[in-house]
Design a protein around this ligand. Structure first.
Ligand SMILES: C[S@@+](CC[C@H](N)C(=O)[O-])C[C@H]1O[C@@H](n2cnc3c(N)ncnc32)[C@H](O)[C@@H]1O
Length: 273
């Protein structure tokens, strides 16, 4: 693996450093939650100073990665002919964490600059395909088979785009993937989305940047009625919370019984199409 410059990336593209940094920091922690040494290896090969992540980001990223990994692992176990689509893949390493049958094809969608970086930094795997296209291009799914059971997974992406962008992306999704499947992603409440710039300014995003938030999982169905809401999961109620320190464990227990508050933490939503 050669050291790669990332100076050419836009601030939006550099947000990948935050989630990657969270996974790498977790791997170096004394009691890792996610255990992803590849994330640390990738960080070491980026010509960039290590980010100082705001408090709680390491834990939140590790927990939501585990929750999304579980959803994908479960889907590919019951659909060995599945297609996994990672929206806004960044330098995400899920493909190397989830044990998928060799018959599963994995499509990593992100801007061309980012997919090039992925190709130079991540180990080659058969059945892994880079799709360098903006999700704002209505043809973003054209290179991906639409006639196999599909799980579309997205971590830290849809909440960075506008409501209209989300409507368009989700419409392309349900129009293209006609064999049906699941959409699973981490959602932000409107309150949390308004605070987005506080976290993303460390990579050059405007401090007043606000993302897209929802207050009810049904809001996504209102954007695209071809989606059916299946379930929501809270990081505060996930088994991983027991691996946190005592203060976080106590807080999680209280928040888990209080949905409006739990949704402000790690909030995973799952839909069928
Ligand atoms: C916060 S990062 C998350 C990256 C990755 N999912 C992870 O967990 O590490 C957001 C990612 O979304 C990508 N992204 C943002 N807008 C996009 C768009 N319009 N089309 C494709 N990718 C986009 C960025 O390039 C970046 O890689």
């Amino acid at each position: 693996m050669k050291t790669q410059s990332i100076d050419h990336l836009t601030p939006m593209q550099k947000t990948l450093l935050i989630t990657l940094g969270g996974r790498a920091a977790d791997a170096l922690w004394k009691r890792p939650i996610l255990h992803d040494p590849l994330a640390t290896e990738i960080v070491a090969h980026l010509d960039h100073d290590t980010l100082r992540l705001p408090m709680g980001v390491r834990e939140a990223v590790a927990i939501r990665s585990r929750m999304l990994d579980r959803a994908v692992a479960q889907f590919v176990r019951s659909h060995p002919d599945a297609v996994v689509v990672e929206l806004g893949a960044g330098l995400e390493t899920r493909r190397y964490r989830v044990d998928a049958p060799p018959t599963v094809d994995w499509y990593d969608v992100d801007f061309p600059e980012v997919t090039e970086l992925r190709k130079s930094l991540l180990p080659h795997r058969d059945n892994v395909h880079a799709v360098g296209v903006s999700l704002l291009d209505p043809r973003w799914a054209d290179a991906i088979p639409g006639d196999r059971p599909t799980i579309v997974v997205s971590d830290g992406v849809l909440g960075f785009l506008s409501e209209n962008d989300n409507r368009q992306i989700l419409t392309t999704l349900t129009d293209h993937f006609t064999a049906g499947g699941e959409l699973v992603f981490n959602a932000y409440t409107k309150f949390v989305a308004r605070q987005n710039g506080r976290f993303t300014k460390i990579v050059g995003m405007p401090a007043d940047f606000t993302g897209y938030g929802i207050d009810d999982p049904q809001d996504i169905v209102d954007l695209n009625p071809a989606l059916t809401f299946v379930e929501e999961l809270y990081g505060d109620a996930a088994p991983e919370r027991d691996e946190l320190n005592l203060a976080y464990r106590l807080m999680s227990r209280i928040f888990a019984a209080w949905p409006a508050q739990a949704r402000r933490g790690v909030w995973i939503v799952n839909y069928r199409f």
